[in-house]
Write a protein that binds this ligand. Structure first.
Ligand code: ZN
Length: 200
C-alpha cells in the first residue's frame, strides 16, 4: 500500500495534523473517511487501531485541537480542547508479577490513538516547542518537527516548498538586487545539517 503522507518522518501529532494538506489548489483530507483512515493507519504502523466512524470523529477532534495548540498554545480554548482529548485516557502504573508495568487505559478503544497523539504533543511542547514549526512555503499548511542539528529547517520538504522558495528568491534577485529578498525569505539554509528533508 502506498504511503499517502506528505512527510513520512514526523512524530504522531504532526503526522495527524498533516493529514490535512493542500494539493493542486485543493484541500485534501487523508482521513476524510474510513478507507482513508485505514490507509493512513497502515502508513503510520498502527493497523491494529479501530477503523470506525467513531475513530474518525475522535481523530478529527484531536487533529483540530493539536493544530489549534500548535498555532497558539496561549489560546485557552485550544488548551481546553486538547485537555478534553487527554481526559479520555490515562497511564496506569503498577507493579506486576514481572516487575513494573504501565498500561494506557482509555474509555473507548477509539480514544487510544488520539490520546497518544495529544500526550506526544505535550512531550514535544516540553522539550522542543520552538522546533515545532509550520512550513514556510507559500500556501503550505504542513507542520514539521525540526530534528536537524542546526535547528534551521524551514520547509516541509526541500524538494517541494524549499525549491519553490529558492526559485522565487532567484527570481527576486534577478529583478531587484536589494536586501528585501532576504527579509522576505529568511536566511539561506547551509548545504549540510539542514535536516532529513534538506537534500533534494
Ligand atoms: Zn511546505
Amino acid at each position: 500500500m502506498q504511503d499517502p503522507r506528505p512527510l513520512s518522518d514526523e512524530p504522531l501529532p504532526i503526522d495527524l495534523v498533516n493529514t490535512e494538506l493542500w494539493a493542486e489548489g485543493e484541500r485534501v483530507d487523508l482521513i476524510a473517511d474510513t478507507r482513508g483512515l485505514q490507509t493512513w493507519l497502515a502508513a503510520i504502523g498502527r493497523p491494529e487501531c479501530p477503523v470506525t466512524p467513531a475513530a474518525l470523529a475522535r481523530l478529527h477532534d484531536a487533529r483540530s485541537a493539536i493544530r489549534a495548540v500548535l498555532e497558539d498554545d496561549g489560546d485557552a480554548a485550544a488548551r481546553r480542547r486538547l485537555n478534553a482529548v487527554l481526559d479520555r485516557g490515562r497511564r496506569r502504573e503498577a507493579l506486576g508479577e514481572d516487575g513494573p508495568t504501565s498500561v494506557v487505559e482509555v474509555r473507548l478503544e477509539e480514544d487510544r490513538l488520539p490520546w497518544e497523539a495529544a500526550g506526544a504533543l505535550l512531550r514535544l511542547l516540553r522539550t522542543d516547542r520552538d522546533r515545532l514549526r509550520p512550513c514556510g512555503g507559500h500556501g503550505c499548511v504542513l507542520w514539521f518537527h525540526d530534528a536537524s542539528r542546526s535547528g534551521r529547517r524551514q520547509w516541509c520538504s526541500m524538494a517541494t516548498c524549499g525549491n519553490r522558495a529558492k526559485a522565487r528568491r532567484h527570481h527576486a534577485r534577478g529583478r531587484d538586487r536589494t536586501e528585501t529578498e532576504d527579509l522576505a525569505a529568511g536566511p539561506e539554509d547551509p548545504p549540510t545539517g539542514s535536516g532529513r528533508a534538506g537534500s533534494g
